[in-house]
Design a protein around this ligand. Structure first.
Ligand code: 2AM
Ligand code: CA
Length: 263
């Protein structure tokens, strides 16, 4: 387990924001009767969680900058540190009562991702990693899967939703290519947790396009610290700017990239 001051700060913030999300998730099933409907409720839960994360982290590390899904960029006097935060990744699952959602907190130092935390309040799974310190799920050290044969691999993916119609044709082509080679495919709906499933060896590989930095920042550190490989979906090194990701152990990452990358 990582017991650094930084990780204590990150876990305390996530646990506090997670308490609110857990309570709100419990309310989701009662929403059929609410006037405004579940969309507004979830959006309010999302904003409340973000506020808690911001307040806790700014108190503990004054000066660090922020990139937040809801509030956007907030610059701080300390230009070398930036938190990259998604207060509720897997919003669609949350809205539908599926317990696959998470808080995601990444930390960039001098432009390098150095720490990541993904916390699912519904299952109490806390996944953490710090550069050079390994990745952990609760107290267990994580390691990517050892499987090297694509024909036996379980590959996670993300499917562009209805608002991203320009990505549908490309996804169909990628899905077709992967379906022809991989053992099987999953789509769970939270990129932050999907990357943790790669780190834990549940998935052998994962790819998704059209993501934001806050969907991936924490998960990237976690996969790397579990011994995995991460690039953007076309094999480049700048996942956050490119907004796409391909992850796995060395063999599956290479094979998956061969199936999905565009020249
Ligand atoms: P979100 O739940 O924070 O929105 C699922 O494919 C991934 O894409 C999730 O990490 C999800 O993050 C992200 N995503 C971004 N915009 C989305 C949207 N409008 N609908 C569904 N998922 C979205
Ligand atoms: Ca997200």
């Amino acid at each position: 387990m990582i017991r650094s001051a930084l990780m204590n700060v990150m876990t305390a913030a996530a646990l506090k924001a997670g308490r609110g999300l857990k309570r709100d998730f419990g309310e989701v099933e009662n929403l059929q009767v609410s006037v405004k409907g579940p969309g507004d409720f979830v959006s309010a839960a999302d904003k409340r969680a973000e506020k808690v994360l911001y307040e806790e982290l700014v108190k503990a590390r004054p000066g660090y900058g922020f990139v937040l899904e809801e509030s956007g960029e907030i610059e701080g006097p300390d230009k070398s540190h930036t938190w990259i935060i998604d207060p509720l990744d897997g919003t669609t699952n949350f809205l539908h009562g599926l317990p696959i959602f998470a808080i995601s907190i990444g930390l960039q130092r001098e432009g390098q991702l150095v720490a990541g935390l993904v916390y699912n309040p519904a299952t109490d799974d806390m996944i953490i990693a710090e550069k050079g310190q390994g990745a952990y799920l609760n107290n267990r050290r994580l390691r990517v899967a050892a499987r090297r044969d694509m024909g036996e691999a379980l590959i996670g993916c993300g499917i562009p939703h209805i608002g991203k119609a320009d990505g549908h044709a490309r996804f169909r082509a990628e899905f077709d290519a992967v379906m022809g080679k991989a053992g099987n495919i999953r789509r769970l709906g939270s990129a932050a947790l999907d990357l943790c499933f790669v780190a834990a060896g549940n998935y052998d590989g994962f790819w998704e396009r059209d993501l934001q930095s806050w969907d991936m920042a924490a998960g990237i550190v976690i996969v790397r610290e579990a011994g995995g490989y991460v690039t953007d979906a076309d094999g480049g090194a700048d996942m956050l700017a490119k907004g796409s990701i391909c992850a796995g152990n060395d063999a599956i990452h290479r094979a998956l990239l061969g199936l999905v990358k565009q020249p």
